[in-house]
Every structure is written in structure tokens, then in C-alpha cells.
Design a protein around this ligand. Structure first.
Ligand SMILES: Nc1ncnc2c1ncn2[C@@H]1O[C@H](COP(=O)(O)OP(=O)(O)OP(=O)(O)O)[C@@H](O)[C@H]1O
Length: 264
């Protein structure tokens, strides 16, 4: 019998993120009449109560449903403004649902937001603070410190890790953020364009680390405009267009349709 063992079946079917008819709406103050003054703003609030006037709504995610499982790497693709980052922020619990629900197993980590590093502190201090902020113990940070620094490659051109982060280029800072976040085993790790930063060598290292994280049974979401990164890293792709889920399937199938759509 070539069936999966019960253990394998269970491993491949544990849901980590469920989005159920999810809608996300941003509200933007369009700054209508009586511009800018605090009293004008106050009177608008007092007068109108309930449904706000002068407030524009942006319906960024429209009725998206999917289930992601443990061990999957899911790519998110779509044109600019199609709702990819918004969907990730909603899964991370940073944006409230207007309608529908998101269920997650554990606390998802959104790379780049969770690791908000401090510019005036050295890279060294930021590794410690970033690790603590992600819930690692001091012991774990001590054990993994050197790996984080080596992975980031920050020290390849001198002893930068003991300098304040404000002396880093944006690529170096992004690499350090990725390295700190990737040092922890995440239940659900979400990466927004992180692979686009850093040089090709670093991109290769981060792709390998994403593959490792998948083996360690987490779920990885990757937002990218780089189809090659998606192809190399993900086995499933969600394609969003104007806030709607246009396709959900195997990477090759979805990318083929997407490339037709974008004319590549
Ligand atoms: N903070 C915000 N306030 C109001 N509207 C927003 C906000 N952030 C995003 N939007 C709007 O929500 C929609 C979806 O944006 P989002 O950033 O999720 O798209 P995206 O697919 O990640 O785009 P890109 O590929 O350009 O990064 C867009 O219409 C955008 O203008």
C-alpha cells in the first residue's frame, strides 16, 4: 500500500491560517471642508456621529477565503495595490476585519513589522532586543547570536555589528531584520518583499532558510513581484487582483496564468 502513514497525513493537513470571506476596509480622512483645523475636525465628529462624512473608504480585500497548512510555502502575487500586504497585515492581526474572519494557529510573525529595530542602537543590541521582542529567551539569543550575525553578512566588510544601525545601508538593515526574524522557528512566518532586498548572494541564503523553515513545519507566506523567487520558494500561490482572489493553486499553474495576464 502506497498510502501515507497516519502521521504523514496528519502533518500535511494541519491548518495554520484560515481566512473566511475576509473583507478589509481602510478609512482615510479625505480632509474635506474646513480644512485641517482641530475644531473643524472636532465639529465634524460631534455633528455626524455614526457614518463619517469626509472619510473615504478603500475596500482593499474583498471576500478572500483560503486555508493554509503546516509545511506549506504560499506565494502571494498580484499587481500593485491588489491587496497583498493588506492581507498579510490582517493575518498578523494588525488590521481588523470589516467582515469575515481570520483564524490562526499561534502568533504569526510579519517580517519587517515585528522586527522594528532602533536606529541609534548598535546591530548587536538590536539582535538582542529583536530576539526578545519575538519571544526568544536570553539563552536562545546567546546561542544563536553568532549565527544571526553570520547569516546577515553584516560583518563581512568590517566590524559593523558594533556600530549604530543608522550607519547601515538600507540593504544591510533589511538583511539584519531578516536574519533576526529567521533565527526563530515560526508557526507562521510572513515575508513581504524581503527577498528583494540584499544582494543575490543574500537572496539565495534567505531562500534556503525559507525552505528550512518549511521543513521545521511552519507555514511561510511570501509576497513578491519576483516570479523567480516565488517559483524557487513556494509550492502554492494565491493571486490577488483588485482585492479579490483570482486564483489559488500550484505555483506553476498560477504563474503561467499570471504571466499571460501581465504579458510576460
Ligand atoms: N494605510 C492605508 N490607508 C488607506 N489605503 C491603503 C493603505 N494601505 C494600502 N491602502 C490601499 O489598499 C489597496 C491595497 O494595497 P496593498 O498595499 O495591500 O497592495 P499590494 O498588493 O501589497 O501592493 P504593492 O504590490 O504595490 O505592494 C490599495 O488600493 C492601497 O491604495
Amino acid at each position: 500500500m502506497a498510502e501515507q502513514t497516519p502521521q504523514e497525513t496528519e502533518q500535511s493537513r494541519i491548518p495554520t491560517v484560515i481566512a473566511d470571506e475576509l473583507h478589509i476596509v481602510y478609512r482615510v480622512n479625505a480632509g474635506a471642508k474646513g480644512r485641517g483645523s482641530a475644531t473643524a475636525a472636532l465639529s465634524r465628529i460631534v455633528k455626524r456621529g455614526g457614518e463619517e462624512r469626509g472619510v473615504r473608504k478603500v475596500h482593499a480585500v474583498k471576500g478572500v477565503s483560503f486555508t493554509a497548512y503546516r509545511g506549506e510555502a504560499v506565494g502571494l502575487i498580484g499587481s500593485n495595490g491588489s491587496g497583498k500586504s493588506t492581507l498579510l497585515r490582517a493575518i498578523a492581526g494588525l488590521l481588523p476585519a470589516e467582515k469575515g474572519r481570520v483564524y490562526t494557529d499561534g502568533q504569526p510573525s510579519l517580517l519587517g513589522v515585528n522586527a522594528a529595530l532602533m536606529n541609534d542602537l548598535t546591530g548587536e543590541r538590536n539582535v538582542i532586543l529583536g530576539g526578545l521582542a519575538m519571544g526568544m529567551s536570553r539563552e536562545q539569543i546567546r546561542e544563536r547570536y553568532q549565527d544571526i550575525v553570520d547569516f546577515s553578512g553584516i560583518n563581512e566588510k568590517g566590524d559593523f555589528i558594533t556600530l549604530p544601525m543608522r550607519t547601515y545601508s538600507s540593504g544591510m538593515a533589511a538583511r539584519l531584520r531578516f536574519s533576526i526574524a529567521a533565527a526563530k522557528d515560526h508557526d507562521v512566518l510572513m515575508i513581504d518583499e524581503a527577498l528583494a532586498t540584499g544582494d543575490r548572494k543574500f537572496q539565495k541564503r534567505s531562500e534556503a532558510r525559507i525552505r528550512e523553515l518549511r521543513k521545521e513545519a511552519g507555514t511561510v507566506f511570501l509576497v513578491s513581484h519576483n516570479n523567480k523567487s516565488i517559483r524557487d520558494t513556494c509550492d502554492r500561490v494565491l493571486w490577488l487582483e483588485r482585492g479579490e482572489l483570482r486564483m489559488d493553486g500550484a505555483t506553476d499553474e498560477v504563474l503561467k496564468e499570471y504571466e499571460k495576464f501581465t504579458g510576460k
